[in-house]
Design a protein around this ligand. Structure first.
Ligand SMILES: *[C@@H]1O[C@H](CO)[C@@H](O)[C@H](O)[C@H]1NC(C)=O
Ligand SMILES: *[C@@H]1O[C@H](CO)[C@@H](O)[C@H](O)[C@H]1NC(C)=O
Ligand SMILES: *[C@@H]1O[C@H](CO)[C@@H](O)[C@H](O)[C@H]1NC(C)=O
Ligand SMILES: *[C@@H]1O[C@H](CO)[C@@H](O)[C@H](O)[C@H]1NC(C)=O
Ligand SMILES: *[C@@H]1O[C@H](CO)[C@@H](O)[C@H](O)[C@H]1NC(C)=O
Ligand SMILES: *[C@@H]1O[C@H](CO)[C@@H](O)[C@H](O)[C@H]1NC(C)=O
Length: 515
């Protein structure tokens, strides 16, 4: 074992993203959706409509509030009008015919009679108009099809999960049919081709998609890479899955990696882990965020409103920086090189436990090696682990994942590394963390315990090939991770791999892991 000498770089040394961000004020509403009394019955349209009207009444209040607070766009969650847990038959009365706004101009608030049974669309359009705000919501759509068409379902209609967008005068601007359905969403059909749905506003061009789409190239990455979209409206029904897949972690990471604003509105059902909404936008090599994350069973829906412009480093960071930072620190490699298997979000990681408050360590699985150097203070009785994963993530949905993770174990035993925990009394003052990922898409995530509640650390770190923490974190680390989704390899049957152009080793002058 040799001692590794590490140079921590200052924030300024990392590469800087180009900002073409127009500053604007935006809102997302985390909604405690009202369900029908009995979801197992097929309701008459009138009763289904009443359920949706109850939820729409909340949307109307919140849109007004958001507009009064200066927001120019508001996003509402997926499943926000009728809740979760459907069959193809029980959801049918909630669906409406949603025309194509490109071929048919329509202002539902002004022209309610143009299509039959489109009350939800009239109401959404009128909410946008009355509050003079861009509005993005999710609803159920039905598109009739010909019996003769071989793909047409037996009930002669396609049933889609639709994001609908209205302008501040009530105009119907855009329609998106969800492409990547969750395994249990058998009540909806997958569209035969993917919609790359965009809409223009005076404060920028937006794209919209929802939930699981975030893990796949189409439409999420296509919108960004092929359509030059830098703003995303994201209605979601996201069940929090710690340690790595909580809503606020993954959604904020997407914003920084894709250099795009990300407006994520979730359901508020903390009893079943659906919660975590926010506005996230990239800044320098880190992220700015304004979010709501409250899993208390007595907490309610919440409106997040903020202006998306540069975020100043927290005052805490400035005082800490003024103490000056150590540029050279000496580390001992931990003696224990025994790896073990840790299951994290259903994936089997190769892991090594970290027991000392500072150190340098690495761990590899298949083609991926993760290299960690850190300095901090581990609270008595708290265990951490470094893990590497290279393979298909298969819990819930399938996507190709490479991940390097630094996680707080739930208790002092190795078996608990990967078990969800929200507690951490330890601290991290410095870290350099990278992996030799095969894909260029690397999502940096940090979740810490902030006075008992998990939260993000906006602007307290940077990512430019390696994740660098130089001035400490505010909260106790729960997980610090780099998730790399190989979107190109996710395409079925295609084992295409893109290699990272720049190796993090070269960029940071760090020791290449010997494994
Ligand atoms: C959420 O809404 C339901 C009614 O649908 C209500 O019973 C419950 O109290 C609400 N929860 C909170 C925390 O507001
Ligand atoms: C609307 O419903 C009425 C009565 O059911 C029907 O006569 C009419 O054709 C429908 N119009 C459209 C556009 O579907
Ligand atoms: C995206 O930007 C590139 C480079 O500026 C340009 O060549 C391309 O036409 C743009 N594509 C769209 C769809 O706007
Ligand atoms: C969460 O909600 C509870 C109940 O309303 C409230 O007491 C608490 O302050 C909230 N916490 C946060 C972090 O918003
Ligand atoms: C990552 O590094 C390990 C160890 O040096 C090596 O075996 C592996 O091939 C590398 N992976 C890639 C994608 O370069
Ligand atoms: C630690 O957590 C694991 C996994 O949740 C559990 O099986 C074990 O009993 C716990 N051990 C202690 C000492 O609390």
């Amino acid at each position: 074992m040799k001692n590794a000498v590490v140079c921590f770089l200052l924030f300024g040394a990392s590469n800087t993203l180009v900002h073409s961000l127009d500053s604007f004020r935006a809102a997302v509403y985390e909604h405690n959706v009202t369900f029908p009394a009995d979801r197992t019955k097929i309701l008459p349209r009138e009763e289904a409509l009443q359920v949706m009207k109850n939820n729409l009444a909340v949307y109307a209040q919140q849109a007004k509030l958001a507009s009064d607070m200066g927001a120019r766009i508001i996003v509402f969650p997926e499943y926000g009008l009728y809740g979760l847990g459907w069959t193809r038959q029980t959801i049918a009365p909630y669906l409406e015919y949603v025309p194509d706004p490109i071929t048919q101009k329509w202002n539902p608030c002004d022209e309610p009679a143009l299509y039959n049974s489109t009350e939800v669309q009239h109401t959404l359009s009128c909410i946008a108009k009355h509050s003079s705000i861009y509005l993005v919501a999710n609803m159920g759509a039905r598109i009739p099809c010909m019996k003769s068409s071989s793909k047409c379902p037996v009930d002669h209609q396609y049933q889609y999960s639709a994001n609908v967008v209205y302008g501040p005068n009530g105009d119907f601007l855009a329609r998106y049919f969800k492409y990547n359905l969750y395994i249990k969403e058998t009540h909806f059909d997958k569209p035969q081709k993917v919609d790359l749905t965009t809409f223009e506003t005076p404060f920028g061009r937006f794209g919209t998609f929802s939930s699981l789409d975030i893990f796949y190239y189409d439409p999420a990455i296509s919108l960004i890479e092929k359509m030059n979209i830098t703003n995303i409206a994201f209605p979601t029904a996201w069940s929090d899955d710690l340690p790595l897949l909580s809503a606020i972690e993954l959604h904020s990471a997407f914003a920084v990696t894709m250099a795009s604003t990300f407006l994520a509105a979730n359901l508020h059902l903390p009893a079943t882990s659906y919660h975590g909404s926010g506005l996230y936008w990239p800044w320098d090599t880190s992220v700015c965020a304004s979010y709501y994350y409250n899993d208390s069973l007595s907490s309610s829906g919440y409106l997040v409103v903020d202006t998306l412009k540069g975020c100043a480093p927290s005052p805490d960071r400035i005082t800490r920086m003024s103490r000056g930072s150590t540029s050279k620190v000496k580390y001992d490699r931990p003696n224990n090189r025994d790896t073990f298997e840790a299951t994290i979000n259903g994936d089997r990681y190769t892991a090594i436990s970290l027991t000392t408050s500072y150190g340098a360590s690495n761990v590899c699985q298949h083609d991926l090696c993760c290299n960690l150097e850190y300095e901090g203070e581990f609270a008595p009785g708290e265990l951490f682990a470094l893990g590497a994963f290279d393979g298909f993530h298969t819990k819930g949905e399938k996507y190709y994942l490479q991940a390097c993770v630094f996680i707080k174990c739930a208790n002092i035993s190795k078996e608990s590394c990967g078990v969800s925990t929200k507690e951490s009394l330890s601290s991290i003052s410095k870290m350099s963390f990278f992996g030799n990922f095969s894909s260029k898409y690397v999502l940096p995530e940090i979740l810490t315990n902030q006075n008992g509640v998990p939260g993000l650390e906006p602007q307290m770190w940077s990512y430019g090939g390696a994740l660098i923490i130089d001035v400490g974190l505010n909260g106790g680390p729960i997980s610090i991770s780099l998730l790399s989704i190989d979107y190109l390899r996710n395409i079925e049957g295609l084992e295409h791999r893109t290699l990272n152009i720049r190796t993090p080793y070269d960029a940071y002058g760090l020791t290449v892991p010997t494994s």
